[in-house]
Design a protein around this ligand. Structure first.
Ligand SMILES: *[C@@H]1O[C@H](CO)[C@@H](O)[C@H](O)[C@H]1NC(C)=O
Ligand SMILES: *[C@@H]1O[C@H](CO)[C@@H](O)[C@H](O)[C@H]1NC(C)=O
Ligand SMILES: *[C@@H]1O[C@H](CO)[C@@H](O)[C@H](O)[C@H]1NC(C)=O
Ligand SMILES: *[C@@H]1O[C@H](CO)[C@@H](O)[C@H](O)[C@H]1NC(C)=O
Length: 248
């Protein structure tokens, strides 16, 4: 009896090990090299999950990749950290319309390559991908002092914390604040009657960001479920086999 239990236990352990090994192997996919992929660079840098998600929903990430591949002007991107996004008043991003979300991300992108030293000689206001830099629209000013670079929008001021990536084509800088354009974040007019309704419907828009909106979770869940069904089947089989052996 003890012997049978022991052998079915070791068989179960063996099956467990094989399953774990199989899962581990499917999890590691070879990284393809090719054109510059800003998402991949941000993923590698860590602490930019909100920006990555926003770049995905608004498709600005794809626009940046395409533009980098198809022109030699280069690009400059200010990347606010997850911490910077969480310092915004809660619900700020979700209360923006889909178009405003696109503009917000584009406001962090300049249509040419600017190195840290070149910031000292740029003329204000800078033009961003969000459009018109005239007062009230999307002006962005840069001020420098030695190696320090500050960015001001007329709503808030951010400091460039460090260079995440630079290759002469793409310059990616970490900033400590979300750059808030005047056009979207200028002091709002007093609330009128229809305002709450608009806000509510916007919150329900498919572009709304929530931690659960990532489709990345589903494949893992599915394979997890499959695995547990398979494991269950194996356990039943093992018990069946050991009972059979026991009765022989
Ligand atoms: C860029 O990288 C991300 C994350 O690594 C990946 O999901 C995406 O498919 C890549 N895009 C291209 C065009 O290779
Ligand atoms: C990059 O540009 C080349 C040549 O212009 C083009 O053939 C290729 O499809 C582009 N790749 C991407 C991912 O846009
Ligand atoms: C940049 O901003 C920081 C913090 O607000 C401030 O202490 C510093 O003097 C600013 N530097 C420049 C060059 O504007
Ligand atoms: C940006 O710079 C321009 C030109 O120097 C100036 O007129 C404008 O007031 C500045 N705006 C902000 C928000 O600093």
């Amino acid at each position: 009896m003890k012997h049978h239990i022991f052998s079915s236990l070791s068989l179960l352990l063996l099956i467990l090990q094989i399953s774990t090994l199989a899962q581990a192997q499917t999890a590691i996919a070879p990284a393809p090299s090719g054109p510059t992929n800003i998402t991949k660079i941000l993923e590698k840098a860590g602490q930019f999950t909100t920006l990555i998600r926003l770049m995905k929903v608004t498709q600005v990430g794809d626009q940046i990749n395409t533009q980098l591949n198809n022109s030699n002007q280069g690009m400059t991107v200010f990347a606010p950290t997850d911490n910077a996004f969480s310092n915004l008043k809660s619900g700020t991003i979700n209360s923006l319309s889909a178009q405003q979300q696109v503009q917000l991300v584009q406001f962090h992108v300049l249509p040419n390559f600017i190195s840290m030293t070149q910031f000292q000689t740029v003329s204000n206001p800078l033009r961003t991908q969000a459009g018109d830099a005239s007062p009230g629209d999307f002006p962005l000013n840069v001020t420098t002092s030695g190696n320090q670079v500050n960015v001001s929008t007329g709503v808030d001021d951010a400091t460039v914390a460090n260079t995440i990536y630079t290759d002469g084509q793409l310059a990616l800088y970490q900033v400590d604040k979300v750059l808030q354009p005047l056009s979207i974040f200028a002091a709002p007019a007093p609330a009128t009657a229809p305002a709450p309704a608009t806000l509510k419907s916007k919150r329900k828009s498919p572009a709304a960001l929530s931690p659960s909106s990532g489709s990345d979770d589903s494949p893992a869940d599915a394979s997890g479920a499959e695995l547990s069904i398979a494991m269950h089947g194996m356990t039943v089989l093992v018990i069946g086999v050991s009972l059979f052996v026991f009765w022989l």
